[in-house]
Each structure stands twice: as C-alpha cells, then as structure tokens.
Design a protein around this ligand. Structure first.
Ligand SMILES: C[S@@+](CC[C@H](N)C(=O)[O-])C[C@H]1O[C@@H](n2cnc3c(N)ncnc32)[C@H](O)[C@@H]1O
Length: 205
C-alpha cells in the first residue's frame, strides 16, 4: 500500500533527513512563511501541534517564537519521532510522539495552532485527517497547511499526471467545508515559483 511505502521511506530517511539539500531550498522557506503567518493569525497561542513533524525543526523554531506555549509533534514514522527527540535539547518543553494525522491522540478543541508542512500529500486519508484537525482545533485557532496546492494551469498538469494526492484548491475547499473548516488567509512561499502555498484554516463561525 502506497502509504506504508511512504512511511518506510521516511523511517529510512530519518537519520540524514536534516542534511538534505531540500532543507535550505524548500523546507526553511516553508517554515519561515508558516511562522510569520502564525504570528499574524494567533497572537499568543497556548498549545501548538505539528502533524507530520518529521525531525521536529519547525517546532524548535516555534519554541523560540512562542515561548511558554505547549508544543507537541506527531509523526507516523517512528524513526522520525526518534530523530526529533534526539535533536531536541534536554529541558526543551517540546514533546514528540508517534501518531497519524487520521487518528490524533488529543482531546477536542485543544490546540490554537496546528501546523502541517509538506505532509498532507502523504496522508492516507486526507478527509479523515481534516476531520481530526477540525476536532482538535480550538475556536479562534488556525491550522497552517503548507503544501503543493494546484491552482491555474497547474491544475491540468496535476490531472494529466494523476497527481491526485496533491490537493487542488477547489477540491480542498470542499473537503474543508465538509469538516466545518474554512480558509481565512493564503500566502505563497517566496522563491518556489508560487507552487507551495500556506493556507490559514479556521473553524467556521
Ligand atoms: C516531507 S516530510 C515533512 C516533515 C516536516 N513537516 C518538515 O516540514 O520538515 C513528511 C512527513 O510526514 C509524515 N507522514 C506521512 N504520512 C503521515 C500521516 N498519515 N500522519 C502523520 N505523519 C505522516 C512522514 O513520516 C514525514 O515525516
């Protein structure tokens, strides 16, 4: 099954993941855009969840920006969780645990910031993952979803190449609406040709 292949790949990749060229070229830019938008959307978050957190780099940056917040990272790949724990200094308040987006082990309405950076296209059930985010997101909170989101002519490339795991903006909005969520703001990640976007998603009033 494709999902399990993905997770095996991330388990094997975990130890060297932070040294990959994509970190500086793609991930750092995505993380910076997510943290900027987060600060603008939620002034003083009390609890932050990173779904598909990988080696935990985004949460270690978030810790500097949002001092005092509860910080939790989950990932489906056990080796990523181990690497995240090993890379986080002793005494840091960040907690990491193995869990999937589709089955989050947290109470309802607990987090006022939820991040998912370049992980959504790997989820084995995007609709179930969205339902779980909707459940754990507090009223007034934001889910910052960063991924390759197809708009304009790229939509047709996506259809021709059958890249269905990469969400199309319109289809994504339909899935979000089914879970009672809505897009409040959108930002393009600079330097990536406009292909990677960050959406700030909220529970609909
Ligand atoms: C490309 S990495 C991105 C990691 C991190 N968000 C970052 O920005 O560096 C995608 C991560 O999503 C995780 N992942 C894939 N499917 C998942 C799922 N269904 N639930 C939770 N994590 C998942 C993978 O194990 C991997 O660590």
């Amino acid at each position: 099954m494709a999902h399990h292949d993905d997770i095996h790949r991330f388990n094997r990749w975990a130890r060297t993941y932070d040294r990959h060229w994509m970190q500086r070229f793609i991930f750092d830019r995505v993380h910076r855009t997510v943290l900027d938008l987060a600060a603008q959307e939620v002034v003083q978050p009390s609890a932050i969840l990173d779904i598909g957190c990988g080696t935990g780099r985004l949460l270690r940056s978030a810790e500097l920006q949002f001092a005092g917040a509860e910080l939790v990272g989950v990932d489906a790949a056990a080796e990523m969780v181990r690497q995240a724990q090993a890379s986080t200094p002793t005494g840091s308040p960040i907690r990491f645990q193995e869990a999937t987006a589709e089955d989050l082990p947290f109470p309802a309405a607990h987090f006022d910031l939820v991040f998912s950076t370049l992980t959504f296209h790997h989820w084995y059930s995007q609709s179930q993952g969205i339902a779980e985010v909707a459940r754990v997101l507090a009223p007034g909170g934001r889910w910052l979803l960063a991924d390759f989101i197809a708009t304009g002519p790229i939509k047709y490339v996506r259809r021709i190449l059958r890249l269905h795991q990469f969400p199309e903006r319109h289809e994504l909005e339909i899935m979000l609406a089914r879970a009672g969520l809505t897009v409040m703001t959108e930002r393009r990640v600079p330097g990536l040709g406009g292909q990677v976007k960050v959406l700030a998603v909220a529970v609909k009033d």
